[in-house]
Design a protein around this ligand. Structure first.
Ligand code: PGA
Ligand code: ZN
Length: 429
């Protein structure tokens, strides 16, 4: 009865008001699984391709062809397959697409169906998705990484760095980490408003600040943590996403437009290391551009024993890239975004590759999101220790944090201990 009867799709809209694909997988039992594809703005060049229609309407962003691909060839290929065989379903779509980057059918068509299939299998088993994925293994809540200021491609590059985030090593559980972050978020907003530096919120709900330098973001965040009554570093620490692919210029230098200067990769690394010394930073994502492996290796060698160095554009959730980087000594943690690679099976392979390499992992949302809460269940069910879904405002973000609260409550005392303190106790220089 878990055979797929049909696959449906429609165009819906994401948190930037842009078109995206929603898919439904309908089983012979009548059970339905549903999922919506998110969209990035600071994407890696190695990502699965979104199929967008082009043309004058909706600035070329429509997804009618991707929708037609789901209800046409994908439906034909999946009809009768067993939805509990996720690997088989994903392999059928990969074969049908036949390209390296899923550009024929569209990564945005394929990932919605892949996730919808997973939801259908869980619904048929009458268990929540996290529980279906955990398959009896003991699981716990991931440590949330939450944006306070947004910049880069998500806020017209008003500050160059994309995400100024916090993690809470002092939190005993997920709900407490959210509560502490809420206090910091309010305090940060109040400080900005007082300075007249508050421009609204960026794409992921973090404040859109008018700072005079990128480093001012760091000092303001430390003060906000203190204003909220916490000890910077011990209770609440800083995580950055530089999204450096966006800053790299032809020729390889890194531009900080806000400060009207460019730096070589070496100078950029020295600046970041100085920040790690001066501020309670425990994690830096994409410190260098996706192609700058030499800089990534050198930086990992210098500070990788002290902080988490996360590859996002650098890995694009690709198990092969993770294996290569592990052998080369670049980064020590992998960001996992299912739509970067295009199927649930391949995203899970990236998680396994990270584990095999001794790397950490973070399941992540995109800057263009929806009410879809799949990634929260993936993080918990797969045993991934961290979760990044943007800031602490806007419902496409809060719907995910709130789902985590429900699951933490459902797990109760059966939950694995919350890992924030263990993961982010700052190591000495
Ligand atoms: P996105 O970026 O705009 O590509 O989703 C988010 C990130 O860099 O983590
Ligand atoms: Zn990133």
């Amino acid at each position: 009865m878990t055979a797929i009867r049909t696959v449906l799709a429609r165009r819906v809209w994401d948190s930037r008001g842009k078109p995206t694909v929603e898919a439904e997988v309908v089983l012979e039992s009548g059970v339905i699984g549903r999922a919506i594809t998110p969209a990035g703005a600071s994407t890696g060049s190695g990502e699965a391709r979104e199929l967008r229609d082009g043309g004058p309407a909706l600035r070329g962003l429509d997804v009618q062809q991707a929708v037609r691909n789901v209800v046409g060839p994908i439906r034909e290929a999946l009809r009768g397959l067993d939805a509990t065989d996720q690997g088989g379903v994903d392999a059928a779509m990969i074969r049908l697409d036949g390209t390296r980057d899923k550009s024929r059918l569209g990564g945005n068509a394929i990932v919605a169906v892949s996730l919808a299939c997973l939801h259908a299998a869980a619904a048929d088993a009458r268990v929540p998705l996290w529980q279906h994925l955990a398959a009896g293994r003991r699981v716990g809540l991931p440590v949330p990484e939450i944006q306070i200021y947004g910049g880069g491609a998500h806020a017209s590059a008003r500050v160059d760095l994309q995400d100024f985030m916090v993690v809470c090593p002092g939190a005993g559980n997920f709900a407490e980490a959210l509560e502490m972050t809420a206090e910091v978020y309010y305090a940060a907003g109040a400080r900005l408003a007082k300075k007249g530096a508050l421009q609204g919120v960026a794409d992921e709900g973090g404040y859109w600040p008018s700072f005079r330098s990128n480093e001012e973001g760091l000092s303001e965040l430390v003060r906000s943590i203190e204003d909220a009554g916490f000890r910077p570093g011990q209770d609440v620490a800083i995580a950055l996403d530089i999204a450096a692919t966006q800053l790299q210029q032809p020729g390889g230098r890194y531009a900080l437009a806000l400060e009207n200067r460019t730096l070589s990769a070496d100078q950029f690394g020295i600046m970041l290391e100085r920040w790690v010394d001066a501020y309670p930073i425990v994690s830096i994502e994409d410190p260098f551009a996706e192609t700058d492996t030499e800089a990534m290796k050198a930086f990992t060698k210098r500070v990788g024993h002290r902080i988490q160095i996360v590859g996002d554009d650098y890995f694009v959730t690709d198990a092969d890239r993770i294996k290569t980087a592990a052998a080369a000594g670049a980064c020590n943690t992998v960001l996992i975004k299912p739509n970067q690679i295009g199927t649930v099976t391949e995203a899970y392979a990236a998680v396994k590759a990270a584990q095999a390499a001794g790397f950490g992992a973070i399941v992540s949302a995109r800057s263009g999101e929806t009410e879809d809460i799949s990634i929260v269940h993936l993080a918990i069910g797969w045993g991934v220790p961290q979760l990044k879904v943007g800031s602490f405002s806007r419902s496409e973000r809060m719907v995910k944090w709130n789902e985590g609260i429900r699951i933490e409550e459902a797990l109760g005392s059966a939950a694995q201990p919350f890992a924030a303190g263990r993961l982010f106790k700052r190591k000495a220089a």
